[in-house]
Design a protein around this ligand. Structure first.
Ligand SMILES: [Zn+2]
Length: 497
């Protein structure tokens, strides 16, 4: 019995042999009827019915439901390919929460894990475990540069790697891709990756390219040196002859705000010269972390360093306290407001707060016109950088937020272009021919949503609140979400097969 037939015909479980009309040999067919189809291509919406057989879409168009066939009424709703999240941090959480409620509730049907240089290892074991205990959604995995680097260099990683070490790392990449990984990820702002020279990434990326993988990078700097860091990512693509995905593209300090055009120009130039560079972007202008991350040189009691750190984020008004054990009364106030109340400078307040045990804060360090400019580029996809249990609203809100705010309310994008950025665009990056599109022969990964009500509800104070307006989510032909709760089905596969 297929997962789809289990999901759709509860009677099977009870009186299987007696009443169920379909057999194992002929997968049950059913139809989604009356909806407006956004097929992933970005072309206009069109009224069409969609027929599914087993785990495949078999017809899209003027198909009439057959007698006795189950029909899902999608009148007034949009029917689209399931969303593909190219940057997701649910690597380990899936084993605890295989229903992945906060993910499927957004319409996500496939996630790519192993981002930012950190991945499971060995790849074959991770995928085998997922095949044995499937999740509700499909999973693909990247080989992490930092994960490999630690295996080769151990604790002695705070230096550039020698050539013999680089050769060993490249050999491990060459194990990971045939074992099922789809590319190489890196995180150059994080501790392990930050010590690596460009040539190390080039050699590892060459190894990934030999197996048809792509290179995905949290680049070396997302602040004052953003453009240099983007140029380095492009150079790695050029030298290793590999497609490049810039993760969560952003301009995160005052010195580079409102300069998206500079990034766009340098990426467009690279694309014209034949480097296949694309990017993903999450729809939020703020991050969530500890107070101390604001000061990169870690001199938290040095007034000059703290002053510079606050200036970098545009001032103390852009930092909001989310949680502070020693001073609950600070919560949801900005550093500027707290300092004013106390009659001290924000710098003095910062130093005092660190001494009192620190706090978790929300840093509003991106500006909306840059986010909009990035989203307007056809080579920028929607990616969450989120995942199960994340304490940032992007973990449960990214995809409905783009559809609700950027499409419906602010008209930054057409609905079908936004859907393309969530479906065909990432599927093309992964070279998946049968995902991210709603057409005969494609996998039956489908989301049905209400374009009038789709909306994120997660916030910094309630980061796992579920969105509204996502009515049905289908993975490989089986329902995983019915508009208010997960179905309990686990039809997810590991991709590529
Ligand atoms: Zn990252």
């Amino acid at each position: 019995m297929t997962a789809a037939s289990r999901a759709l015909v509860p009677c099977v479980l009870i009186v299987a042999v007696i009443v169920c009309p379909h057999s194992e040999a002929a997968p049950r067919t059913w139809t989604i009827s009356g909806g407006e189809v956004a097929d992933g291509s970005g072309g206009p919406l069109r009224r069409a019915n969609v027929r599914i057989a087993g785990d495949r879409i078999v017809a899209v168009g003027d198909v009439k439901p057959e007698a006795g066939e189950m029909v899902v009424d999608a009148k007034g709703l949009v029917v689209a390919p399931g969303f593909i999240d190219i940057h997701n941090h649910s690597t380990n959480e899936l084993t605890k929460d295989p229903a992945a409620e906060t993910q499927v509730a957004q319409g996500i049907t496939t996630i790519v894990v192993g981002a930012d240089g950190s991945s499971p290892w060995p790849i074959a074991d991770y995928l085998a475990e997922l095949r044995q205990h499937p999740a509700a959604l499909n999973v693909a995995v990247m080989v992490g540069h930092a994960t490999i680097r630690r295996r080769v260099m151990g604790d002695d990683y705070k230096r550039p790697a020698r050539d013999d070490e680089i050769a060993k790392m490249a050999a491990l990449v060459e194990q990971g891709l045939p074992a099922g990984a789809i590319g190489l990820s890196s995180g150059l702002e994080y501790v392990v990756g930050s010590y690596s020279e460009t040539k190390e990434f080039v050699e590892m990326a060459k190894a990934a390219a030999r197996y048809g993988g792509f290179y995905m990078s949290h680049i070396r700097d997302e602040a004052d040196k953003s453009f240099e860091a983007q140029r380095e990512a492009i150079a790695i693509g050029e030298q290793a002859k590999i497609p490049v995905q810039i993760s969560h593209i952003k301009l995160g300090t005052a010195a580079v705000w409102h300069k998206a055009a500079t990034s766009i120009e340098l990426i467009e130039k690279a694309r014209r010269s034949g480097v296949d560079v694309t990017a993903d972007c999450y729809p939020y202008d703020a991050w969530h972390s500890t107070l101390t991350v604001l000061v990169p040189n870690k001199r938290y009691d040095d007034p000059a360093s703290v002053e510079r750190a606050l200036a970098d984020v545009g001032g103390a008004a852009n930092v909001t306290v989310d949680r502070m054990a020693a001073h609950p009364e600070y919560e949801f106030k900005t550093l500027e407001a707290i300092a004013r109340t106390k009659g001290i400078t924000p710098v003095a307040l910062f130093i005092e707060m660190v001494k009192e045990g620190g706090a978790s804060v929300i840093g509003k360090t991106m500006v909306e016109d840059d986010i909009r400019a990035f989203y307007e580029q056809p080579w920028v996809m929607v990616g969450s950088d989120g995942g199960i249990g994340l304490r940032h609203p992007r973990g449960a809100g990214t995809f409905p937020r783009v559809l609700g705010r950027y499409v419906r309310e602010q008209h930054w994008l057409s609905l079908t272009e936004a859907v393309r950025k969530m479906t065909l665009a990432p599927a093309t990056r992964m070279m998946w021919k049968d995902r991210g599109r709603l057409e005969p022969g494609a996998a039956a990964d489908i989301v049905v949503f209400d374009p009038k009500t789709v909306q994120d509800r997660s916030t910094f104070s309630d980061p796992t609140a579920l969105p509204t307006g996502v009515e049905k989510v289908i993975v490989n032909g089986a329902f995983v979400w019915d508009g208010s709760k997960p179905s309990g089905e686990r039809p997810g596969k590991t991709l590529p097969k």
